[in-house]
Design a protein around this ligand. Sequence first.
Ligand SMILES: [Zn+2]
Length: 310
Amino acid sequence: MKKNVLALFGALLLCAQAVWAEPILKVEKLADGIFALIGPTGGRLYENYGLNANFGVIDTPDGTILIDSGASAAAARLLETEARKLTGKPVKWVINTGVQDHRWLGNGYFAAQGAEIIALQRTTVSQQKLGRAQIEALSGVLREQLQDTRPTVAERPQPGDSAHLTLAGRTLEIRYFADAHFAGDVVVWLPQEKILFTGDHIYVDRMLGILPESNAETWLAAFDQAIALQPARIVPGHGRVCDVAQAQRETGDYLRFLVSGTRKFAEDMAGVDAAVGALKDAPDFRHLKNFDELHRGNINRAYLRFEAAQ
Ligand SMILES: [Zn+2]
């Protein structure tokens, strides 16, 4: 009897957890029919479907515009469900802001439903180079969530450095400034509402990551140009919706610190250890989540790129 009561209690607890569990993506309304889906700032996990990033949903009379498609077919399905809750319509267009897995590996899922994938040509070129390796790298974490996930790029990529789109009455601009987190990263700018979806150009609340594919120096140049649009609201690639001041403090100032610091050591050929030793404390940025995991590696990679250019 006692055992049964315990089992019942356990079952109730599980139900309560399921009901109260935090959603993976938090919705923030930015304007009429324009929403940000804010993912967790931690790492890629099976539990979060690799959706540790932000996405955009824009309603139009003809269907939904989705900004970025998630890191797998399963993640794309979850984004589709969230988007439909907000607009009541299927995803008709997917715009890619970049090349990292969570920006585009869900494209194939949406293309199979008849959605049009929209990206600049320079973005698709990088995606094609990295797609297979990205799926391979995710396989240990996302396991069967990657089933039916095939690297799929826009069928008719847009040439040049920008694309002006009018989709069922919504005006959007895709703008490329410089290679950033990855080569071919872009922003999506809504000039009427002054809302900027930055993809991986801007991280707030957490430390950004300089990857082997990243170029801190050109990323900083791209950041400055994105900010020059004077957005009223910024949907960063990672972290909460923010304003220019927070983006400046947590991405722009950090990139500037990293670039000017490591460049000086590389020009003096002082060695990577000296650069790490001098720059590792960075008190202005210590409060950012993942600082301990990422900051030293960021110095390392930024330094090595300058050293290689010497
Ligand atoms: Zn990212």
